[in-house]
Ligand binder design. Structure first.
Ligand SMILES: CCCCCCCCCC(=O)SCCNC(=O)CCNC(=O)[C@H](O)C(C)(C)COP(=O)(O)OP(=O)(O)OC[C@H]1O[C@@H](n2cnc3c(N)ncnc32)[C@H](O)[C@@H]1OP(=O)(O)O
Length: 224
C-alpha cells in the first residue's frame, strides 16, 4: 500500500492557512445557522422570497477561481488531514453537523449533535445520516491505523431511533486486515448513555493499488 498520509502545512504558509481555515469555519458556522433557520421557520412566502433574493445576492459574491472537481483544497490534507468541506467533519460545510473526532487507544470517537436539517422520522435522525457518520468514523479509523481505504461494503443495523438535538457519540475502529482489505466496526450512542447502542455497523474498506490511487486522486501528491 502506498498512499502518503497528509503532512501538516509547511511552516511558511501556516499562518495563511490558519487564516483561511478560520474564515472558512466562520462562514460554515453562519451557513449552518441559515440552514437551521430555514428548516425551522414559519415565515410568510413574502419573507421567504425576500430572503431567497438576499441569499442569491450573497452567493454572487463568491467569485474568482473555483477549484476543479478532483483538486484537493490547499486548506486540506488528504488522507489523514483536515477536510474543511467534508459533509461529515467539515467546519466549512453547511451540511456537516460537524463531527469533532478524537483518537483513542482502540480507534476514534466522534462527537456531534444532529439538527432538524438531518431529520428522518419526525424528531429523529435520518438513517442515511447515521450511515454517513459511521462510514466516516470507520474510514478515518482505517486512515489513523495507517491503512487508508475506500468503503466497499457497509452493513447498518438500526436498533433505536437517533434523537435530534442530543449530543451523540460515534465510535469507529479497525477490527482486522487481510491484504488490501480492512475490516471495521462502529456504533452510535448518545453521550449521556454510551452503553446503549442505537445504531451499529460493520464495514469493509479496500486500499486501492497505486495505479488506481493515482487514477482516482490525481490531486494527491506522490510520496517523494
Ligand atoms: C484512499 C483513502 C480514502 C479515504 C477517504 C475517506 C472515505 C470515507 C468513506 C467513503 O465515503 S468511501 C466512498 C464510497 N466508496 C467508493 O466509492 C468505493 C468504490 N469502489 C472502488 O472504487 C473499488 O472497489 C476499489 C478501488 C475500492 C477497489 O477496487 P480494486 O480493483 O482495487 O479491488 P479488487 O476488485 O482488486 O478487490 C480487492 C479485494 O477486495 C475484495 N472485495 C472487493 N469488493 C468487495 C466487497 N464489496 N466486499 C468485500 N470484499 C470485497 C476482492 O474480493 C479482493 O479480495 P482478495 O484480495 O482477497 O481477492
Amino acid at each position: 500500500m502506498h498512499i502518503p498520509l497528509a503532512e501538516p502545512p509547511a511552516a511558511a504558509g501556516a499562518e495563511h492557512l490558519e487564516q483561511q481555515q478560520a474564515a472558512i469555519t466562520r462562514l460554515g458556522h453562519e451557513l449552518r445557522a441559515l440552514v437551521e433557520a430555514t428548516v425551522r421557520t414559519a415565515a410568510s412566502a413574502d419573507t421567504l422570497h425576500r430572503v431567497a433574493d438576499g441569499v442569491r445576492h450573497v452567493t454572487g459574491q463568491l467569485t474568482g477561481r473555483r477549484r476543479a472537481r478532483t483538486e484537493i483544497p490547499e486548506v486540506d490534507g488528504f488522507p489523514g488531514g483536515p477536510r474543511m468541506y467534508s459533509p461529515v467533519v467539515g467546519a466549512g460545510s453547511p451540511l456537516a453537523p460537524p463531527v469533532r473526532i478524537t483518537p483513542t487507544d482502540d480507534g476514534l470517537i466522534g462527537h456531534c449533535t444532529l439538527g432538524i436539517a438531518h431529520e428522518g422520522p419526525p424528531g429523529y435522525g435520518h438513517g442515511g445520516m447515521s450511515a454517513m457518520l459511521l462510514d466516516e468514523l470507520m474510514g478515518q479509523a482505517c486512515t489513523a491505523a495507517g491503512t487508508p481505504g475506500l468503503t466497499v461494503s457497509l452493513q447498518m443495523r438500526y436498533h433505536q431511533p437517533i434523537p435530534l438535538e442530543t449530543p451523540l457519540r460515534i465510535v469507529g475502529r479497525v477490527t482486522g486486515t487481510d491484504k488490501r482489505k480492512i475490516f471495521a466496526a462502529g456504533t452510535i450512542t448518545t453521550q449521556a448513555d454510551p452503553s446503549t447502542d442505537l445504531v451499529t455497523a460493520d464495514a469493509v474498506f479496500i486500499t486501492p493499488d497505486p495505479d488506481r490511487t493515482r487514477a482516482l486522486f490525481p490531486g494527491l501528491e506522490e510520496e517523494a
